[in-house]
Design a protein around this ligand. Structure first.
Ligand SMILES: Cc1cc2nc3c(=O)[nH]c(=O)nc-3n(C[C@H](O)[C@H](O)[C@H](O)COP(=O)(O)O)c2cc1C
Length: 222
């Protein structure tokens, strides 16, 4: 499955089958977690076989069931943490989707299991990404128009449009899609977060999608 197919097939899945993730897939994902931690300066942990994080009252409220695997998106507290978590978390999530797994970003409806998560001083657990074999592949979300999320003199360059199109297929908290991509002079793109819960995590997620659509070399971030 190409990364673009993975983007199109991905939907949030909140109900998971009682089917463990194969060892070789877990090993490949662990290697990706190591790469992400190195490149992003994060402390992401992949937890497999821990149903406790999702068996609390909050999980029920969020309509999650059968979750026992997740990426815990942890990193050093700081101004850029949320955006970095979004960017690298989405990279892990799309890789999982390419392996035939289902996922869901989860900001609120889980409880931190101190027996399995290791946070150093000054670190924060921003959110988690549930992972596993869904009981369904999920459904598509309502998508805003390109015009609502871009600012540029018409006509839009193809690469800019493709970046924005893939960004609109990205998950955002409560599907708020409050981001804007502004095309500046000389192929310079500014990505702006809107106001709202997890809007900086959303920003990192949509920047990752935009890069995949727009392709490096066509532009640089402002
Ligand atoms: C940062 C972030 C936090 C999220 N938190 C939750 C959550 O706590 N509970 C939940 O059910 N879904 C959560 N979601 C999933 C969004 O509701 C979902 O991505 C959005 O509605 C779009 O749907 P889709 O992912 O199926 O395309 C979260 C998504 C993001 C990006």
């Amino acid at each position: 499955m190409t990364i673009e197919e993975a983007i199109k097939q991905r939907h949030s899945v909140r109900s998971y089958a009682d089917r463990p993730i194969e060892q070789e897939k877990l090993e490949a994902l662990r290697a990706s977690v190591d790469a992400v931690n190195l490149q992003g300066g994060l402390h992401v942990q992949l937890v497999a076989g821990d149903p406790k994080a999702f068996d609390g009252r909050l999980a029920h409220y969020g309509k999650f069931s059968g979750v026992s695997n997740y990426f815990a998106m942890i990193g050093p507290k700081g101004r850029l943490l949320d955006e970095t978590v979004g960017y690298y978390g989405e990279r892990l999530l799309l890789e999982a989707q390419q392996m035939g797994l289902n996922t869901c970003w989860v900001g609120l409806t889980f409880s931190k299991n101190p027996d399995v998560l290791h946070l150093a001083d000054g670190e924060k657990l921003v959110c988690v990404i549930a992972l596993g074999y869904g009981t369904t592949p999920g459904v598509g979300h309502k998508v805003k128009t390109i015009e609502k999320v871009t600012k540029a003199a018409a006509p839009l360059p193809d690469w800019f449009r493709r970046g924005a199109e893939l960004a609109l297929l990205a998950p955002t908290a409560m599907n708020q899609q409050k981001f804007t991509f502004v095309l500046r002079d000389g192929g310079c793109v500014e990505a702006k977060a809107g106001w709202g819960f997890f809007s900086k995590v959303d920003l990192g997620i949509v920047k990752y999608h935009f890069e995949l659509g727009a392709v490096a070399g066509n532009f640089r971030w402002a």
